[in-house]
Write a protein that binds this ligand. Structure first.
Ligand SMILES: Cc1ncc(COP(=O)(O)O)c(C=O)c1O
Length: 396
């Protein structure tokens, strides 16, 4: 029996598909440093588990489709601390930022509608757009100019009558790019001029370094009807397994249509919502230490990478990823070789080849993404293995 063209054309996640090789390397007794996935080692705040332990109901019921009132209240309080005022009718709880994105694409796209995305991008965006029969319109960037994409002419050049939305990860995954206030203003003006939605994926909101300010698209009132914020506890509170995200929007028509999808999937996990409410009630000072830890890792990882001869790499300003260009023709071949044929004292490394983060064929082939989610010593060892591997790879 034939499956849909939609699903057969979708690609496997370029982040997860190399586990087959990593698992074989592990089975051979090698230790593999996993720099490939955004799973932080930072401890989830104890408040999450404590709130769940205190749950004392006889029946674990469905939660309301739009989310539990205590979680929505705590999210409203969190946004208020950033000077953004939302009401409970403007926050929808979802199963992670992933479901938020799926719902949004279903609500705004008709078949053939176009979504602009800077490439390299977070690959799952493509999956969510494809599920809604939308089309990705890449806004190409490159390692040499630090993956900057906030250029009015370049953005206008990819807009067509079918442009429905611009997806912006800010801070960005995989590049760690952070927009300035002026760049955000410019993008808002372009969205108004050409009348499209801004899907502001701000799941890494707090992780902005070098003393730069956190700026949200939610702070621009004149575009409030077209801004759709995607949020999540996964990265913010190192709670990826909680699967709690949210959509924040002042567009009431969109909100009432999103609710149809939320009602269709009944509800999100009750216990995870209870734990997440406690997370959003944490003092803002919680982020100081976590942010300082990521910033430190960013610095050491960047300095170490810069020692690799022939690398093209700019210091990212946010999130916990670095994308860079290696002196190899094909980073995927290099990774598979590292996992299958190389070790240093029984250890090897895994990263994400970046070609799958591009829509334009052939781009990103020499690039890789590193997630600095492990402690400093492990990160440094992982990069050392990349460097040693590169030398051996050239000589092979
Ligand atoms: C940019 C970005 N958006 C959304 C997500 C979705 O995360 P979750 O579904 O865990 O909230 C991720 C996860 O890595 C991400 O990097």
């Amino acid at each position: 029996m034939k499956l849909s063209g939609r699903i057969t054309e979708m690609k496997q996640s370029p982040i997860r598909k190399y586990y087959v090789y990593a698992n074989k390397a592990k089975a051979q007794g090698k230790k593999v440093y996993c720099l490939n996935i955004g799973q932080p080692d930072i401890k989830t705040p104890k408040a999450f588990m404590e709130a769940i332990r205190n749950f004392d109901e006889d029946v674990l019921e469905y939660a309301p489709s739009e989310g539990m009132p205590e979680l929505i209240e705590s999210i409203l309080g969190y946004y208020k601390r950033y000077g953004m005022n939302y009401t409970k009718e403007e926050v929808l709880i979802t199963n992670g930022g992933s479901e938020a994105l799926t719902f949004i694409m279903s609500c705004i796209l008709d078949a053939g509608d176009e979504v602009i995305m800077p490439e390299p991008y977070y690959t799952n965006y493509v999956t969510f757009i494809s599920m809604a029969d939308g089309v990705v319109k890449p806004l190409t960037t490159n390692a040499e100019n630090g993956y900057h994409y906030a250029d009015k002419d370049k953005i206008e050049a990819v807009i067509t009558p079918k442009t429905k939305a611009f997806v912006i990860g800010n801070p960005g995954n995989p590049t760690g790019n952070v927009l300035t206030r002026e760049e955000i203003r410019m993008i808002c003006d372009v969205a108004k001029k050409y009348d499209f939605f801004i899907i502001a994926d701000e799941v890494y909101r707090e992780f902005v370094y070098d003393g730069k300010d956190m700026t949200s698209f939610g702070q621009y009132e004149d575009v409030a009807d077209r801004v759709i914020i995607v949020d999540s506890v996964s990265k913010r509170f190192s709670a990826c397994g909680a699967r709690i995200g949210s959509i924040i929007t002042k567009n009431s028509e969109l909100f009432s249509n999103l609710l149809k999808l939320a009602q269709g999937r009944l509800s999100c996990s009750t216990l995870d919502q209870i734990g997440s409410a406690a997370l959003y009630n944490l003092e803002p000072s919680y982020f100081n230490e976590v942010k300082a830890e990521y910033e430190h890792r960013r610095n050491v990882v960047y300095d170490e990478l810069c020692k690799i001869k022939g690398i093209v790499c700019e210091k990212p300003s946010g999130a916990f990823y670095i994308t860079c260009k290696l002196p190899v023709d094909n980073a995927e071949d290099f990774l598979i070789w590292l996992l299958e044929n190389f070790d240093d004292k029984g250890e090897t490394v895994m990263f994400s080849p970046a070609e799958g983060f591009y829509a334009t064929p052939g781009l990103g082939r020499s690039e890789i993404r590193i997630a600095y989610v492990l402690k400093e010593t492990d990160m440094l060892r992982g990069i050392e293995i990349i460097e040693l591997g590169l030398e051996a790879y050239k000589k092979r």
